[in-house]
Design a protein around this ligand. Structure first.
Ligand code: COA
Length: 173
């Protein structure tokens, strides 16, 4: 009998009790490398739930492995994305521990997040903004059908913007 079993990953809302976990993940070199200049202000943000945002913890059998944020970039209150269309979503994603990288978990998390985004029939596309230097993340996103849109500075970060249109979304990725 095979001992293979499909890894079941769930997304649940992040709560204030995730503060230590998220702060710990923030200190991991691979997380810093992907997002060196942002302060996520967890003490504040975990205590509020604006309608334009979901902050989610991915878990395998109850073990937290990563974080996903989904926002409506047109409504997000710091205006991070600037002038942007309505009916879009933007995603941030990372795996917390280096030992959990490259095992397919991020792919599964992204599939769940994209399904969540496109469940709303009004949503036309999803944006991501990896650092221009994060070539492996570019490849990761392109596998879902994301296409390069532009190179753009967000504050001190030199980023590539990628967009996944609903028509290019492949649930079987
Ligand atoms: C990007 C990320 C969420 C992918 O999750 P994962 O579980 O590692 O990825 P999977 O095992 O499902 O798929 C493997 C692919 O992920 C990407 N990847 C793996 N390790 C990575 C890393 N340290 N940094 C960036 N991308 C990585 C690569 O595209 C890899 O494919 P490759 O081996 O052909 O290069 C995860 O690697 C991560 O958290 N990286 C660090 C943070 C980051 O770069 N986040 C994205 C910022 S926009």
């Amino acid at each position: 009998m095979s001992d293979f079993r499909e890894v079941a990953i769930d997304l649940r809302p992040a709560t204030p009790s995730d503060l230590n976990l998220l702060s710990h993940w923030d200190s991991q070199p691979h997380v810093i490398a992907s997002d060196p200049n942002d302060d996520w202000a967890w003490e504040i943000e975990l205590n509020r739930n604006p309608s334009w945002r979901e902050q989610l913890i991915a878990e395998i059998d109850g073990r937290p492995i990563g974080f996903i944020q989904i926002i409506d970039p047109a409504l997000e209150d710091s205006n991070y994305w600037g002038d942007v269309e309505s009916n879009l979503r933007a995603i941030d994603i990372w795996i917390g521990e280096e030992s959990d990288l490259g095992k397919g978990y991020g792919t599964k998390m992204m599939q769940l997040a994209l399904a969540k985004c496109f469940t709303d029939p009004l949503v036309i596309a999803v944006l991501v903004d990896p650092l221009a230097s994060n070539i492996r993340a570019h490849r990761f996103y392109e596998r879902f059908g994301f296409r390069f849109v532009e190179q753009r500075w967000f504050d001190r970060d030199n980023c590539f913007v990628f967009r996944l249109n609903r028509t290019d979304w492949n649930q079987k990725t």
